[in-house]
Structures are given as C-alpha cells and as structure tokens.
Design a protein around this ligand. Structure first.
Ligand code: S5P
Length: 480
C-alpha cells in the first residue's frame, strides 16, 4: 500500500513533472534534474492532492490569507483558497502599466497573516521577492509552504530573512521514492544527489540588501574579505577568481592590448606571476593562430591566472552564440571570461550560455564605461544589475566606474587606471589604483598602457599589484 505522498510522487513522475537530463535553471545553473509542476493544471485531481499535501504541511493551523507565488503557486493557492475558504492574494510579476498599477491583487488589511504557496525552492528568491512586497504592504509574513525543497540552500536563506519554510518533500526523499518504484536508476539518483550536495551555496538578493549564507549577517561587498565572499557565490569561476586573488595577493588585471602573438605571450609569461587575469582583445592580433591561444592557455595554467577576452558582445542571443563558438577565434574554447553589453537584454546571456557545453565559463557585464560622454545611464546600470541577478550562475560581475553593486557575489572590474595620465586623446579617462578601489569600489583594476607601455612592464605591474592589494586590505579593514 503506497502512502499518499508516494502515490502522488509516482503520479507526478508519470505525467512528466520530474525530468532527468541537462537543464538550465532560472538562475542559470545547469541541473541534471528538472521539477516542472506547471503541467499539473492539466490534471485537476492530482492538483487537488498536491494542494492537500501542502495544506497538511503548513507550519501553523490558521492563516487569514494565502498567496501563491507566480506562476505555479497560483493555481495551487486557488485550490487551497476555495477548499479551505481562505481569501487569496495574487502578487503580479510586474505592475500593470495602466489602471491601478497595483502589484498585489485582492482585499486585505494591515497585519493579516498570510501563508505563501510555492511549488519548488532552489535559492528561495521567488518566495523572498513575494514576501518583500507583501511585507511592504504591512501584511504579516512568517511562513511559506513549498512542495519540493531542492535542498540547495533556499530554506536556510529564507530563514535568515525570517521566513519559515516547510516542504512536502525534499529532493532526497523524492529520489528515494522514485528509486523504490523503479522510476529512476541508482546511478542517476546518485548523480542528482551529488549535484545537489555540491551546489548548495545559493543566495538571495532583496531590493535593499543581500542575504548571504554566512550566518545571518547582511554583507556589503566593499567591506567583505575575498575569503568570505567565496561561499556567497555559486558561479564556479567567481570562486576560482577569489581563490587566485587571495593566493597571489593580486587584484590586478592587465589589458594586453598588443598586436602580435609574440608580444602577447611575452607579456603573459613575464606578468603572469603578478596578475589574477589577463585581458585580451584577440581581434587586435595581426597573426592570430590556434597556437597563440594554446600557448596562452598553458601560460595561464603555469602562472595561475584567468583569461578574459574583452569581446564586448552586443547582439541578440543567436548571433552572439555564433560569434562565441564560431568564426576565426572560437572564443568559448579558450577564454574563461568574456565581456558583453546589457543592451540586448537577457537573451544575450542565454545565447552565450548555450555554447559552454558544461565548461566553466562566465561573463562580465559592461555597465558603465570609462570614456568621456559614455551613454551608460543609471537606468542602464539598474537593467544590467537585474540581468546579472537573474543569471547569477553565469555572470561574474560588472565592468564599471562606480560601486554599481553591494552584492558580494559579484565582482566589480574597473578599467581606466593609470598613475601618470589623466586620459588619452580619444576620450579615455584615468584614476589611480587607490581612487579606483577606495572611492569607486573596484575589486579588480584593469591596467593597460600604464603597464604595457612602461619602460619596465614587470616593475610597473608589481607596483600596480601592490598598491591595488594594499588599498583593498585597507578598504575591508575600515570601519563604517
Ligand atoms: O569602460 C571601459 C571598459 C573597458 S573593458 N573602458 C576601458 O578602457 N576598457 C578596456 O580597458 C579597454 O578596451 C582597454 O582594453 C582597457 C584600458 O586600457 P588602457 O590602456 O587605457 O589602460
């Protein structure tokens, strides 16, 4: 005799709610399992069972309201609302551009208790966004009930925001039921559990602050040590970058804007020990060949730095995918990081992500530029931040001229750094490393001609590196 939960999970499996394969989650994370509860709207009886199990799992006996988290939480909340005779609220994903412009639909009064209903949590950010809106309207939000907890840190993240979340089932329990009933092989089940175990460092971002999974503290990027930031991110390359910066005591990226492979490789060999990143404009080379990048990759491994191609992609997803993987340069093959503009919207990132075939890759959004008259407005910066938050598994950070984010997961890269000059004849503007780090909020300084055209590039690199790291240490040790 199957328990109600067992029967429900087997039924969900049979209608295709649980899928095994290679999936990209909302955050950009690649997952070997996808739980897609949306299709239960086609199976009313099963939806009723899901709603019953969720109602039975609720943390408190009584609530004055229920609110489904869009979209899959909505039909489930509706079933609970009608069955239990509890009024319901709907939180829109976006405000309407007309009429009342309300974000929340339904009647309520200050202080009413409201239970949030969601299908599945990964980081908990969708539940948190809803809670944040409802709390702004003076509703009493303490609890959420979800059907599946993917066990990737969401429950802990929500607890640190004072939201108690209970789940009908967990990934571990669901897999063991599916295994017992022959719906999944031991091998796949093990690989999913392994994936879950190694991807628990999700975090959520609220409008005003960042919740990190380090205790319950709210962290400000500029005050956080690189070590403490490692566990805030689920982007593998960001973690690696932090590790390299700590190991080499370097927040220096050299912009190796030279025209021959020999010059590029010589710079990489000589400056390699002092930098965390080497930035290329590969299309400046007059003699590019596959050997150039093979040799560069070897030097990156030898000296422990990442390769950062400053391609500044700026087109629709399909075009950038072709540019990233194809053409002369096959950038995805050798560049750990690439730059891109946020102008085309989110699709540009999806386009890049579609090319990685599981290789650790990341991108940096150019949100502000160093040149005079740059058209990167505050509104544009906000748009870039939103794209980054929605694609946190792929976005490493921002190229910018100010502290565009306080979120410790994201790295701020600042070009336009040089000691001796205020600018060039073509609109470039410079700050010193200290100003870039202490005043503009840079994590990494990008230095080009200040090093490549110095009489002694190695000595110059050492000076930029030492001053840069000293300024970082000073910034994190400063009291507010
Ligand atoms: O806003 C920007 C963004 C970038 S990535 N301003 C910049 O200067 N850059 C790049 O940084 C630019 O393409 C160049 O490779 C480097 C600055 O070089 P420098 O010689 O002026 O230090």
């Amino acid at each position: 005799m199957l328990t109600k939960l067992e029967q429900c999970i087997v039924d969900l499996y049979n209608i295709g709610v649980v899928k095994f394969g290679d999936f990209t989650l909302k955050s950009g994370m690649q997952s070997p399992i996808y739980f897609d509860l949306r299709i239960i709207i086609s199976y009313p009886k099963l939806m009723e069972t899901v709603a019953e199990l969720m109602w039975e799992a609720r943390p408190c006996k009584e609530y004055e309201l229920v609110c489904g988290v869009a979209y899959t939480g909505l039909p489930i909340a509706t079933v609970i609302s009608t069955k239990q005779d509890i009024p319901m609220l709907i939180r829109r994903k976006e405000t309407k551009g007309y009429g009342t412009k309300k974000l929340v639909e339904g009647n309520f009064t200050d202080g009413q208790t409201c239970l949030m209903i969601e299908d599945v949590i990964v980081s908990g950010s969708s539940v948190y966004e809803t809670a944040e809106t409802l709390r702004e309207l003076e509703l009493d939000i303490k609890d959420a009930v979800v059907f599946l907890d993917r066990e990737q840190g969401g429950a802990g993240n929500l607890r640190s925001m004072d939201i108690n979340v209970v789940s009908v089932t967990s990934m571990t329990e669901m897999l063991s039921i599916l295994l017992k009933h022959g719906c999944v092989t031991q091998e796949i089940s093990d690989s999913v559990l392994e994936f879950v175990k190694s991807n628990t460092a999700t975090s959520i971002v609220s409008k005003n602050k960042t919740a990190c999974n380090i205790g319950t503290d709210v962290m400000d990027r500029k005050k956080c040590s690189l070590e403490s930031r490692m566990s805030t991110t689920s982007q593998p390359l960001t973690k690696r970058l932090f590790e390299i910066m700590v190991a080499k005591k370097s927040n220096l990226c050299v912009a190796a804007d030279v025209t021959t492979s020999e010059e590029l490789l010589t710079l990489a060999e000589k400056l390699g020990p002092h930098i965390c990143l080497l930035k290329t404009h590969i299309d400046i080379l007059t003699d590019f060949s596959k050997d150039t990048v093979e040799n560069l990759k070897n030097l990156a491994a030898k000296h422990n730095f990442l390769i950062f191609e400053d391609r500044k992609f700026g087109d629709i997803g399909n075009t950038v995918a072709n540019q990233y993987i194809g053409g002369t340069y096959n950038i995805v093959d050798w560049a750990d990081l690439v730059t891109l503009h946020g102008l085309p919207g989110d699709g540009i990132i999806k386009g890049l992500m579609s090319c990685t075939s599981g290789r650790p890759r990341g991108c940096v959004l150019v949100s502000q530029m160093s040149s005079t008259g740059a058209l990167t407005t505050q509104e544009y910066v906000s748009g870039c931040k939103k794209i980054a938050e929605q694609n946190q598994y792929f976005v490493v950070g921002f190229v910018s001229q100010s502290s565009v984010t306080d979120d410790p997961r994201f790295v701020v890269f600042t070009p336009g750094v040089q000691y001796n000059k205020k600018g060039d004849d073509l609109g470039q503007q410079y700050n010193t490393p200290r100003v870039a780090i202490m005043e503009k909020g840079a994590d990494i300084i990008i230095v080009g001609r200040g090093i490549t055209q110095a009489e002694d590039p190695v000595a110059a690199a050492v000076r930029y590196k030492e001053d840069g790291f000293k300024a970082y240490l000073e910034r994190v040790s400063e009291q507010n």
